[in-house]
Write a protein that binds this ligand. Structure first.
Ligand code: UGA
Length: 428
C-alpha cells in the first residue's frame, strides 16, 4: 500500500500518537478534536502531554503537510479511507467501559463516511463493540475494524513504531488486511482475526499484566514474612523465558488510566456472560491489599499512628516519565495518609498543580523538612540521585519507606537513615 488518507478522532495520548506516527509512516492524517484551543495549539506544533518524541513527530508531520488538526469530525472523515476512533472510554458507573463518546462520534459521522472506508476502533472497547458500531452505522459500504493499541504512557511513540505485534480483527477480512497494511513498514508480527477476538486481546493482555504485578506484590509480602529478598526471587524467576524479566517490580500497587479500568471492564464482561472470573477479582483485591500494606508500613515507620505525623512524599504520578495522576497508586496512598490526619508534603518532578489536603512543592528537599518519614512512591530516577545526607539533615525522623525499591539502601544508611523497601530486608 502507498499513502492512505486517514482521519483520527480524538487527540489524547492514543489519538495524537496514532496520528503523528501514521503521518511519520507516510500517510496523510487529519486529527480531529472537539476542543478548539487544543486544535489551535496542536496546529502550531504545541504538544501538552508528556510523551517523548511526540512533539518532534507532530512538528515534522505539520511541516511535511502530512498531518493536520481540525475541529469537526464530519468534514474530516468525508475524504478518508480509514477513520480511527481514539476517544476516551472511561470506567462507567457499573464498572464497565463508558462508550458514550464512541457512540456520539459514530452518530455524528455515520452518514458522512465515504463508501468503502473503514471505521477502526483504537481505544480499548468492550468485546462486541465493533459489531455494535456496525449496527449503529447500518451501512453495507463501510467496514468496522478492531485494532487495539498497546501503547504505554511515557513510551507511546517507541511502542507505536516498534510494536511487539499488530492485532487487527473484522468481519470483513479485506478491510482488516487493509488496516494491517498501514503498519507494513514496521515489520511487526500481525494477528489477523475476527473483531471480538481482537477486542479481547487487549483486555486479556492488560489483565494478565495486572495479574503478574499483583502476584509479584504478593510474593514480595511473602518475602518480608519469610526473610527472603524479592529482588533475588524475581531475578531468579525472570530468567525463565516463559515468565520473562519485565513487569516484575513490586510497588505500591498498579494504577494508571488503563489497568484499573480494563480489569474492572473485563470483570463486567465476564459477568455479562455468566463467568465468575475469580482469578481477576483476586488480582484487583490484591492490589487494594498492597496499597493497605504500604499504608501500614508507613504508619509503623511513624511509630504506629499517622495522626499529626509529618510525611514527605516523593512521587505522585502513577509511574515515572508521566505527569498522569489518573488512578495513581501514589495519589491514593497520599489521600489515605491525609484522611488519617497525617500532614503531607509531596513533590513530583512532573506535577505542579495544587492537590487537596496536601502541600505540593517544587523542591524535593522541601518534603524532608521536619518530616517524620519520607516515602518514595513513584520510581523517578532523580530521587535516587538526591543528596540523602541533605535530606536527612532536614528530617525530624530517620526512616525512609521506599515503595519502589528505587534507592540504594547503602546510600540512605550512610546518611544516617533507615531504609524500608518492599519485599526486601529492612536496613537500619
Ligand atoms: C498499560 C500497558 O502496559 C500497555 O501495554 C497498554 O497499552 C496500556 O496500559 C493501555 O491500555 O493503553 P500504562 O498504563 O501506560 O500501560 O502503564 P504501565 O507501564 O503498564 O504501568 C502500569 C502500572 O503498573 C503502573 O502503576 C506502574 O507503576 C506499575 N508497574 C509496572 C509496577 O508496579 N511494576 C512493574 O514492574 C511494572
Amino acid at each position: 500500500m502507498g499513502t492512505a488518507r486517514i482521519a483520527v478522532v480524538g487527540t489524547g495520548y492514543v489519538g495524537l500518537t496514532t496520528g503523528a506516527c501514521l503521518a511519520a509512516l507516510g500517510h496523510r492524517v487529519t486529527c480531529v478534536d472537539v476542543d478548539e484551543v487544543k486544535v489551535a495549539r496542536l496546529s502550531a506544533g504545541r504538544v501538552d502531554i508528556l510523551e517523548p518524541g511526540l512533539p518532534e513527530l507532530v512538528v515534522e508531520g505539520l511541516a511535511a503537510g502530512r498531518l493536520s488538526f481540525v475541529v469537526g469530525a464530519r468534514a474530516a472523515v468525508a475524504n478518508a479511507e480509514g477513520v480511527f476512533l481514539c476517544v476516551p472510554t472511561p470506567m462507567g458507573a457499573g464498572g464497565g467501559a463508558d462508550l458514550r463518546a464512541v457512540e456520539a462520534v459514530v452518530a455524528e459521522v455515520g452518514d458522512a463516511l465515504p463508501a468503502g472506508c473503514a471505521v477502526i476502533t483504537k481505544s480499548t472497547v468492550p468485546v462486541g463493540t465493533a459489531e455494535r458500531i456496525a449496527g449503529l452505522l447500518d451501512r453495507d459500504d463501510v467496514a468496522v475494524v478492531a485494532n487495539p493499541e498497546f501503547l504505554r504512557e511515557g513510551s507511546a511513540v517507541a511502542d507505536f513504531l516498534g510494536p511487539d505485534r499488530i492485532v487487527v480483527g473484522s468481519a470483513d477480512p479485506a478491510a482488516a488486511r487493509w488496516v494491517a497494511g498501514l503498519y507494513r513498514d514496521l515489520g511487526a508480527p500481525t494477528v489477523l482475526t475476527d473483531a471480538a477476538s481482537a477486542e479481547l486481546v487487549k483486555y486479556a493482555a492488560n489483565c494478565f499484566l495486572a495479574m503478574k504485578l499483583s502476584y509479584v506484590n504478593a510474593v514480595a509480602e511473602l518475602c518480608e514474612r519469610l526473610g527472603a529478598d524479592v529482588a533475588a526471587v524475581t531475578e531468579g524467576m525472570g530468567h525463565d523465558r516463559r515468565i520473562g524479566r519485565t513487569f516484575l517490580a513490586p510497588g505500591p500497587g498498579w494504577g494508571g488510566s488503563c489497568l484499573p479500568k480494563d480489569t474492572s471492564a473485563l470483570l463486567r464482561i465476564a459477568e455479562s456472560v455468566g463467568f465468575d472470573f475469580g482469578l481477576l477479582s483476586a488480582t484487583v483485591a490484591e492490589n487494594i491489599a498492597q496499597r493497605d500494606r504500604v499504608i501500614a508500613k508507613i504508619a509503623a515507620a511513624a511509630g504506629g499512628s499517622l495522626a499529626g505525623t509529618r510525611i514527605g512524599l516523593l512521587g505522585l504520578a502513577f509511574k515515572a516519565g508521566t505527569n498522569d495522576l489518573r488512578d495513581s497508586p501514589a495519589l491514593s496512598v497520599a489521600s489515605v495518609l491525609c484522611a488519617h490526619g497525617a500532614v503531607v508534603t509531596a513533590h513530583d518532578p512532573a506535577v505542579a498543580e495544587p492537590l487537596p489536603g496536601m502541600a505540593v512543592v517544587g523542591d524535593p528537599y522541601r518534603v524532608a523538612e521536619r518530616a517524620d518519614v519520607v516515602v518514595v512512591l513513584t520510581e523517578w530516577p532523580e530521587f535516587a540521585a538526591l543528596d540523602w545526607a541533605a535530606m536527612a539533615a532536614r528530617m525530624a525522623g530517620d526512616t525512609v519507606v521506599d515503595t519502589r525499591n528505587l534507592l540504594d539502601p547503602d546510600t540512605v544508611l550512610a546518611a544516617g537513615l533507615s531504609w524500608t523497601g518492599v519485599g526486601r530486608p529492612r536496613q537500619r
